[in-house]
Design a protein around this ligand. Structure first.
Ligand code: SF4
Length: 399
């Protein structure tokens, strides 16, 4: 049940081989009830190595499973009924259907679409990377998250449809009503599948298609307080460098439940939302606990400007202990707060943690480059013990 194919997307039923065992990725389209979340974390601890990650687009990754334990873990997740292992990945706004200012008032569409996608036999040859996105039109939107097919609610019964990109790079195709969503998405997926097993939505477009971006909205940030329709609140926290331990999450989930939360949702930006807290006092209370657990509670935390892959020793390909270096690196990048600049610590040239260009990239074993990807040509050499000093110097010299 494992895969090492380049470009493969690891699911729970099809985990991927990494340096520290098998990695399973879960993309929950709905919030996870607290108790189910705690069972998931306990299973990650028992069957994996206890390291959990939230990715930039809000997937939950479970590390360190073994060939023997991965199936048992998958069985636990299937019994919990969370995540989705059949059909294209379905990305949804983290607070879809419950956000105070959202335009959709329930998750009914998501559930129906998820079932329809899993059942469609004629999209069997679709690339596993092809994704569908539903944005509920609220403040915590998904404009920065790319998808093959994107739907943004513009009213309670109408969606703007686009393909191939994030909100600023996609091609808008027009508006459709809620009842047309499932057949339209099905047709588009079938058209993509007809282009070949590796085809993506961009392959449906001709050279004459100019990007037709969606209307711009203020940047969404999961970290912070979010008002919900039922009068409760959700509070978002960042995971430092995108990872934590299962035991930490079990404690955190219990603390959230003690303050009224009913569910947890991984969210874009390597974040977690505690949903259903009984007002801002309960959220403030949880802030203190989250801070003590090492979570990011403020949008201005410099750790948000450092992205580190699993690195050595977790990943067999790594030649740099990226996550061990990350806290010290974060201490010297305060000048980046308020910008969108990123320092990327990559254990090798693959650059899995940040495939797009970063302001500064450090690549194991021994080089750095500016405004590029980990696979780009080196611009200077470095020793592991000199990483922090070089990042500080580069951030000062090339602000
Ligand atoms: S970038 Fe390289 S070292 Fe880092 S996780 Fe990916 S394969 Fe491993």
């Amino acid at each position: 049940m494992t895969a090492e194919i380049k470009g493969f997307c690891p699911g729970v039923a099809t985990p991927m081989e990494t340096g520290d065992g098998l990695l399973a990725r879960l993309l929950p389209p709905e919030p996870i009830p607290i108790q189910a979340f705690q069972i998931l974390c306990a299973a990650a601890s028992e069957h994996g190595n206890g390291v959990l990650e939230v990715t930039q687009r809000g997937s939950l990754q479970i590390r360190g499973l073994s060939a023997a334990s991965a199936q048992t873990f998958a069985d636990v997740i299937a019994a919990l009924g969370i995540g989705q292992d059949r059909g294209p990945p379905l990305l949804t706004s983290p607070l879809l259907g419950i956000e105070a200012d959202g335009l959709i008032d329930s998750n009914t569409l998501t559930s129906a679409l998820r079932i329809a996608l899993a059942r469609r036999p004629n999209i069997g040859s679709l690339s596993p990377k092809v994704s569908v996105l539903i944005d509920g039109g609220g403040k915590l939107h998904l404009d920065a998250v790319p998808a093959d097919i994107r739907l943004r609610a513009v009213s309670a019964s109408c969606f703007e449809l686009g393909v191939a990109g994030d909100a600023s790079s996609a091609v808008r195709l027009g508006q459709i009503s809620t009842e047309d969503v499932i057949p339209t998405v099905g047709k588009l997926l079938a058209q993509i599948a007809n282009q070949g097993a590796r085809a993506r939505a961009k392959d449906l477009l001709s050279a004459s298609h100019e990007p037709a971006p969606f209307t711009r909205r203020p940047t969404a940030d999961s970290i912070g307080l979010h008002l919900l329709r039922d009068g409760t609140v959700a509070r978002g926290f960042g995971l430092a460098f995108g990872h934590t331990t299962a035991r930490t999450l079990i404690r955190f989930a219990q603390a959230a439940a003690d303050r009224g939360a009913i569910s947890i949702r991984p969210a874009p930006g390597r974040a977690l939302l505690a949903i259903g807290l009984k007002g801002s006092n309960a959220a403030e209370d949880l802030n203190a606990i989250a801070r003590a657990e090492g979570f990011i509670i403020e949008t201005t935390d410099p750790r948000r400007h450092v992205i580190a892959c699993a690195g050595a020793p977790a990943c067999a390909s790594a030649t740099l202990p990226t996550r061990q270096l990350a806290p010290a690196v974060a201490n010297v990048v305060r000048s980046l707060v308020g910008t969108e600049k990123i320092v990327h610590l990559s254990g090798c040239t693959k650059g899995c943690a940040h495939p797009t260009p970063a302001a500064v990239t450090i690549v194991g074993p021994d080089h750095w480059l500016l405004n590029g990807r980990a696979s780009d040509a080196p611009q200077g050499t470095i020793s592991p013990s000199g990483v922090v000093a070089v990042v500080e110097q580069l951030c000062a010299e090339y602000p």
